[in-house]
Design a protein around this ligand. Structure first.
Ligand SMILES: [Mg+2]
Length: 225
């Protein structure tokens, strides 16, 4: 895929992620209120505002610079734990972009694997601990599976979004091991993890944007050009 098309795709993906978060802000706050302070919807809106500032600050650079700016802005916001976590995830995505990974199944899998690796330097949370890892880890595994089976970018992101949504939904019955919610023990069951839910919403936005941007002709199985 041409660089300018990749860049446009990332803009569309980030904007669609913001729309998903905005549409679900109340729900995210309610999930957080179950075992936390209820501010997650507002925090995520602030995070998406930081993403928009990064987009507005772009001066013709490419995907790598865009994702770097997004990361830097997310790391600086005052939005609880989610700013550093998302900022670190995007730092990994930017690193993948710097290594020339494109908007295709293998490139996406590599970029998000780099994001997951970066996050693992930040948190020891594992799937099952009721954190955003419950959405991210299955999403990355779905991307790697999609890439291995020769899927295109659209299908890869759709499979990742589905896996993340299933992972986030499964946190409903888990006991929190991190954050304020861990103090509640068994009482933390009964609502999905807000961070996992946000990440799955962002991935849904990414998938929707790429589905709408690419048609069958320009999303063959390995559109790396
Ligand atoms: Mg909170």
């Amino acid at each position: 895929m041409a660089q300018d098309k990749s860049y446009q795709a990332w803009l569309d993906m980030l904007n669609a992620a913001q729309a998903q978060i905005a549409d679900n802000e109340e729900q995210l706050g309610a999930l957080d209120a179950h075992a936390g302070d209820g501010d997650h919807g507002a925090s995520m809106n602030r995070a998406m505002g930081a993403v928009q500032e990064a987009i507005a600050g772009m001066q013709g650079e490419g995907v790598e610079e865009l994702l770097k700016k997004v990361s830097g802005n997310l790391l600086r916001i005052d939005a609880g734990a989610i700013g550093p976590l998302l900022g670190t995830l995007f730092r990994g995505l930017a690193k993948g972009a710097a290594e020339g990974k494109g908007l295709n199944a293998g490139g996406l899998a590599d970029m998000f694997r780099a994001g997951l690796d970066a996050l693992r330097g930040q948190t020891k949370a594992q799937p099952g601990d009721k954190t955003l890892m419950d959405a991210l880890v299955p999403a990355v595994e779905a991307m790697e599976g999609a890439a291995a089976s020769g899927a295109n970018a659209r299908s890869t992101l759709a499979q990742a979004a589905d896996a993340a949504a299933a992972g986030a939904a499964a946190t409903t019955d888990q006991v929190a091991k991190y954050g304020r919610a861990r103090n509640l023990g068994e009482q933390s069951k009964g609502a999905a993890d807000p961070g996992a839910t946000s990440l799955s919403l962002m991935l849904r936005g990414f998938a929707d944007a790429v589905r709408d941007l690419l048609d069958d002709d320009d999303d063959p199985e390995t559109p790396n050009a």
